[in-house]
Design a protein around this ligand. Structure first.
Ligand code: NAP
Length: 498
């Protein structure tokens, strides 16, 4: 299957518009069946140096292209992605494992982002503002930063890259992109799309390789002025401290411990449907996946019954088979981490009522599959209710009141996404005010972000920046204040104003 979709047996780095071979490489494995899809380069810091050199040159010219013309390339990228959507989605399912319906959704997110950023080329708004002195004009404008570095994870191999690279490119920067070694195919496909769309050589460069080699070299490179990173908490914190030493701008999007609150007046059928989708979609490997349900004790049993019935209906297997609703876990290490937390949950005294085991029979043995899992009677301070598991594991935490529900939701170190199911309009507004997360859903699960809104979280989820939305431009631009004095004489601000 891979061969019919992919022309190459081995991917190459994309540097200065050339497809550059690398000596060292490793296999990309389909997590659904253990088959090798392609070889991916394992580059090192010297490749990053070469990419930065060409990017620096290309960026100087690119920044001078009027932004509406830069945006036309993005429009073409969106059109090509639309034409190639099915191919991209199938390859995405093969490298990442998510079921085809979700893969199509992820590609669509990239298409949406392309069209959105194409429009942004005619905005990129700054401000004009009155000057404090006569015959003087003042304004602020967004300027590109220069060469920017983008480091992306395996769980959204194309959407996250588009949230970062599209605003960076429209804003006039050149990009060095290091995709996750686990899922490099989307980077190859997107680079080809940019090439076909006519992006000048060197504006987008893809360097494959391990985070500890290529990622680390990017973080330490003096001419990469911004690092935009999405990934795990540990890696993000290390990157932030290294960037801090260099006064390098860094944008971090990291983990989550997202909760759905279900109040006693909620539509329980709707809530159960939303929870099943948020908790077990992508096998729980979304940063916004629901891993806690904070349920009012009066409806706990009725909700639990509905969740168990929903879990029963989930079909698990290779995502290319469209009858399956839940795909595999990315790799063995991911599977082992989930198993570890099942053990922790049992030892902590949570009640395991569904799943809790690796699926190993028949075809499951070829891949990495975990049964959708439900713990009930969890306590807010248990590790399974505090730490990111990144798998199909959900914990039900009973509470007595709305106030307690908000407190439990906020009582974790992360702040990415939260949700509340209620039919009380007052509670809706109180909740959206009091939930300490970057994203809040009402009467929907914890997933489903749209690209024209800011994406990111509070507290340990990040460092205050946002991906996607117009806010993403803040990461990839510097503000410049410009004063034009047309009085023909020296006018001193703050002094000649009286
Ligand atoms: P990860 O291990 O931190 O890897 C993320 C990226 O960083 C990969 O490309 C990785 O490269 C690279 N990397 C690793 N070590 C590095 C280093 N020392 N210097 C520079 N780069 C380095 O995270 P992951 O396991 O792929 O992703 C899952 C995590 O991402 C979860 O915690 C999830 O919550 C989070 N996530 C957050 C969001 C959000 O927007 N908040 C969205 C999606 C995912 P290699 O893997 O190739 O070595």
């Amino acid at each position: 299957m891979a061969e019919t979709l992919l022309e190459a047996k081995k991917l190459n780095n994309f540097i200065g518009g050339d497809w550059v071979e690398s000596n060292d490489s490793t296999e990309v494995i389909n997590p659904a069946n253990g088959e090798t899809i392609v070889q991916v380069p394992l580059s090192d810091g010297s490749t990053v140096d070469k990419a930065v050199e060409v990017a620096k040159k290309a960026q100087k010219d690119w920044a001078k292209v009027p932004a509406p013309q830069r945006a036309e390339v993005m429009l073409e990228v969106g059109n090509l992605m639309k034409q190639r959507k099915e191919r991209l989605a199938r390859l995405l399912t093969m490298e990442n494992g998510k079921v085809l319906e979700e893969a199509r959704g992820e590609v669509q997110e990239g298409i949406d982002m392309a069209f959105y950023m194409a429009g942004e080329g005619r905005r990129l708004f700054g401000h004009t503002t009155p000057a404090e002195l006569p015959n003087k004009f003042s304004m602020s404008q967004r300027c590109p930063v220069g060469v920017v570095g983008i480091i992306t994870p395996w769980n959204f191999p194309i959407a996250i890259a588009t949230w970062k690279s599209f605003p960076a490119i429209v804003a006039g920067n050149a990009v060095i992109w290091k995709p996750a070694t686990e899922t490099p195919i989307m980077a190859y496909e997107l680079a080809k799309i940019f090439e076909d769309a006519g992006l000048p050589k060197g504006v987008l460069n893809v360097v494959y390789g391990k985070g500890s080699a290529v990622g680390d070299a990017m973080v330490h490179h003096g001419d990469i002025r911004v690092i935009s990173f999405t990934g795990s908490d540990v890696t993000g914190r290390n990157i932030a401290s290294e960037c801090g030493k260099q006064l390098k701008k860094v944008s971090l999007e990291m983990g989550g411990k997202n909760a759905v609150i279900v109040m006693d007046d909620a539509d329980l059928d709707l809530a159960a449907e939303g929870i099943i989708w948020s908790a077990y979609g992508t096998s729980g490997q979304r940063c916004t996946a629901a891993s806690r349900v904070i349920v009012h004790e009066d409806v706990k049993e009725r909700l639990e019954e509905r969740l168990l019935a929903g879990i029963e209906k989930l079909t698990i297997g290779d995502g290319l088979d469209e009858t399956n609703k839940v795909g595999p876990i990315i790799n063995k290490a991911g599977l082992e981490k989930i198993q570890k937390y099942i053990q922790i949950g049992k030892e902590e005294g949570a009640k395991l009522v569904a799943g809790g085991y690796v699926l190993e029979d028949g075809d499951f043995a070829k891949g990495h599959y975990f049964a959708p899992t439900l713990f009930t009677d969890a306590k807010p301070d248990m590790r399974i209710a505090q730490e990111e598991i990144f798998g199909p594991v959900l914990s039900l935490i009973p509470v007595k009141s709305f106030e307690e529900a908000i407190e439990v939701n906020n009582g974790v170190s992360y702040g990415l996404s939260s949700s509340i199911f209620t039919t009380d309009a007052n509670r809706v507004f109180q909740a959206q005010r009091d939930l300490d997360t970057g994203i809040v859903y009402v009467n929907a699960g914890t997933t489903g972000a749209e690209i024209h809104l800011p994406f990111g979280g509070t507290k340990g989820t990040g460092n205050g920046h946002r991906d996607s939305g117009v806010q993403a431009l803040d990461v990839f631009t510097e503000w410049k204040a410009v004063y034009v004095d047309y009085s023909g004489k020296l006018q001193r601000a703050q002094i000649d104003t009286e």
